[in-house]
Ligand binder design. Sequence first.
Ligand SMILES: Nc1nc2c(ncn2[C@@H]2O[C@H](COP(=O)(O)OP(=O)(O)O)[C@@H](O)[C@H]2O)c(=O)[nH]1
Ligand SMILES: [Mg+2]
Length: 249
Amino acid sequence: MPPDIHRDNIPDLVERLRRGDRGALSRLLTLAAAGAERDSLAAALRVSSKNHAPVFALTGSGGVGKSSLLSVLTMHFAQRGERVGVLACDPESPVTGGALLGDRCRIANPQVSDRIFVRSLATTSGQQALASHIDRMLEIMKAFGFDRIFIETVGAGQGDVAVHRLADVVILVLQPQTGDALQWEKAGILELADLVVVNKADLAGADQTVADVTQQLNQTESRPVLVVKTSVVKGEGIEELCQAIEHFE
Ligand SMILES: Nc1nc2c(ncn2[C@@H]2O[C@H](COP(=O)(O)OP(=O)(O)O)[C@@H](O)[C@H]2O)c(=O)[nH]1
Ligand SMILES: [Mg+2]
């Protein structure tokens, strides 16, 4: 049989990854997402990695503004000199996050956009296979040496429980007038949230939603959970959200 010249050299890729090679990062994520080279990847990544980048998960229904928030959050931290990685599980619009980020960053400053890496995963939320691959993908992201990692997921109850296991901080994103905050309590999401964001505060009903969620949290949670109101469109509340995120370090 002829030698397979296209075969990936995993230890070599991982070595390049640790030196901050974005091409190696991209290739390894693709392999991990496909469930390929599982054993060799696991072995190569096992060599102890010193990186303990905090992992923040943004979760919430489709359309509440998770990708939009991520585009401003990643910009904020990159402008401070951090290297920020994003794994966006966004079955509805897999390119939104990347395109949005890319556009804004190009406008801002190419040096800043170089510090941001986004991988969109067009995968069904809550799929069991996804969870296991995301584990490995997160290991890869950590080995690259990001200062901060974000995951975007569509909150659908069960899928979020897996995210809670993977992330250090779970950020639940809501928008005004999406009904009762109780639905989140029923789904068991509110109790997983470390921070709640009511986005689209430029729309009517934001204060009511903040009040509902706060009341719900006060009734069910003994720990303090901050509720932050943001509007990506108006650029409001973003600074406060960034501070709240930094607070978890
Ligand atoms: N009015 C308003 N619209 C927003 C805001 N943030 C995001 N959007 C819009 O909401 C839609 C969904 O946003 P997206 O970030 O893709 O939501 P995701 O599905 O949660 O990732 C887009 O059309 C955004 O432009 C906001 O603060 N105010
Ligand atoms: Mg999105």
